[in-house]
Design a protein around this ligand. Structure first.
Ligand code: NAP
Length: 502
């Protein structure tokens, strides 16, 4: 049975998908496969790709194995490396967009300025002055897209060139320059080895050391790629092996399974012990928290880079940024020509600053003023018929976001299918279901490694992680079927007549 037969055409909803990154492209493909044809996809920039379009820093790659970091329905035997580089991933999404007829349907350079709910309908307005009326809005706006710039005294006084890694200024040459980078997270670990090759003198300003798992980025031969092209089963098996490894090793290690945790802990500690010969440097690079508390960095080139003659690891705290460079707590001024901010993102912005209003004009900023909470990551209470892809408590943390989006996509389609059958016009979670979901998630956190004594973007202001604390399998199972008892549904008789007539 095809997907379209699964969804007999009772009512054809109008759907607005906001964002044409990995999730927006996926959602559009799946909606259309389900026979839902009235789909508008709005993208604020001039190209699809989301994070892979935005980030262009040197060394950019995905630390999820490439054969797993693909849509399940569009495997790719042509990946050049185990961990694909950014431009290759961008090319993959552009290929998928074209192949599945999504690209031509995207309205580019059209940012959503507001979305307002009223009686089963969303009114979406955009930067082009257009207004769209929709039965469902799917916010595919991504997680990490608002660069967090540090609030360091004097930052505006710096006279050299300065940019965030997500806004890399390729017009600035680093060759032979005095370069500084603030931050040593996943992004910096990829950029630092590349910058170190170019810079004359390179100062790495580390506030907190990171645990690093040494997996090399193997380059695949033409012969290997040909074997995968010739034998789709082989390609499937390779993907399954990565899926197994991440599900049974990595995600279990961070969610309280001791043997896996011990394995990763030992691997990271041995990596540090054997990669860094100098005891003083090793001490500086030794984290004081459990392995996995912050996202584990997968990298084999960072430790070599910090040991280069032209590289200095600075661990004295930054006291101020001066016109000439950075002053640290020991009073030293590190003179710089270029300052790179690898200081991460604001992970709780989600679809904001969009002016989003739910029932009775409730603004999203007010709804989330005390705490960001959802039901099953997808539903924001009092914002009916709106979905948030990759929302809080989606099981991020060293797993493929594509796999997560595919699961969420299936769930959303099941909800929309019920709307198509006329079971309801509006759906939102019951307050008690939201409360129960959040208590359930919180109860699992004590076992996780994220509360293992570090500060990270995984934690909100209350110290509660925004990840999923149980296994991937459990999440997949719980996301199989919407539990309709958890929802308030409403019917608006005139809406059904209107939709059927349309
Ligand atoms: P991040 O992990 O949040 O790291 C930010 C870094 O900047 C940290 O080292 C932080 O130090 C430092 N920092 C921030 N403000 C500072 C300040 N005022 N003074 C000194 N240091 C400061 O950000 P990210 O590296 O961009 O990574 C964010 C996420 O992006 C990752 O966790 C991952 O999910 C994703 N990512 C994924 C990949 C991939 O391959 N899939 C690659 C890159 C990024 P502290 O640790 O002390 O806070």
């Amino acid at each position: 049975m095809t997907a379209a037969e699964n969804f007999p055409p009772q009512r054809n909803p109008k759907v607005v998908v906001i964002g044409a990154g990995m999730t927006g492209v996926l959602m559009t493909i799946k909606l259309r496969e389900a026979g839902i044809t009235d789909v508008t996809i709005l993208e604020k920039k001039d190209r699809l790709g989301g994070t892979w379009r935005e980030n262009t820093y040197p060394g950019l790659a995905c630390d999820i194995p490439a054969h797993m970091y693909t849509y399940s329905f569009e495997p790719n035997p042509n990946w050049s490396h185990r961990f694909a580089h950014g431009p290759e991933i961008q090319k993959y999404f552009e290929h998928v967009g074209r192949k599945y007829g999504v690209t031509d349907r995207i309205s580019f350079n059209e940012a959503v300025t507001s979305s307002t709910y009223n009686d089963g309908k969303w009114t979406v307005t955009t930067s082009k002055g257009n207004t769209y009326i929709a039965d469902f809005v799917i916010n595919s706006t991504g997680i990490l897209h608002h660069p967090a710039k540090p609030n360091i005294k004097g930052i505006e006084s710096f006279e050299g060139k300065m940019f965030h890694t997500a806004e890399w200024d390729h017009s600035v040459s680093l060759k032979g320059k005095r370069v500084g980078i603030i931050g040593t997270g996943s992004t910096a670990a990829q950029a630092i080895p590349e910058v170190a090759k170019e810079a004359g003198h390179f100062s790495i300003f580390q506030r907190t050391a990171q645990w690093i798992l040494p997996l090399g980025n193997k380059e695949f031969s033409e012969e290997f790629k040909q074997k995968l092209r010739d034998n789709p089963n082989r390609l499937r098996r390779l993907r399954s092996a990565y899926v197994w490894g991440l599900q049974h090793l990595m995600t279990k290690a961070v969610t309280g399974h001791q043997p896996q945790r011990a394995l990763f802990s030992a691997a990271c500690k041995l990596n540090l012990r054997f990669s860094i010969k100098d005891k003083v440097l090793r001490k500086k690079l030794t984290p004081d928290y459990a392995v996995g508390c912050k996202r584990i960095i997968i990298n084999k080139t960072f430790y070599d880079a910090v040991q280069r003659d032209n590289v200095e690891l600075v661990t004295d705290g930054i006291t101020e940024i001066t016109p000439k460079g950075i002053r640290t707590a020991d009073g030293k001024e590190h003179e710089l020509d270029v300052l790179i901010l690898s200081t991460g993102f604001k992970p709780f912005n989600f679809m904001r600053p969009m002016d989003m209003r739910g029932k009775d004009g409730l603004h999203i900023d007010d709804a989330w003023s005390r705490k960001i909470q959802t039901y099953r990551s997808l539903f924001i209470p009092e914002f009916p018929n709106s979905f948030l892809m990759l929302g809080p408590n989606t099981p991020i943390g060293n797993y493929s976001v594509i796999a997560m989006s595919e699961v969420q996509c299936g769930y959303i389609l099941k909800v929309i299918k019920r709307w198509q059958r006329g079971e309801f016009d509006a759906i939102e979670p019951k307050p008690e279901a939201v409360k129960a979901f959040n208590e359930y998630v919180k109860a699992g956190m004590a076992n996780t490694v994220w509360v293992g004594g570090c500060k990270s973007w995984y934690l909100d202001d209350d110290g509660d992680p925004i990840l999923w604390p149980y296994t991937w399998k459990q999440w997949e199972k719980e996301m199989e079927e919407p539990e309709m008892g958890d929802f308030i549904t409403e019917k608006f008789p005139t809406k059904i007549a209107e939709a059927t007539a349309a």
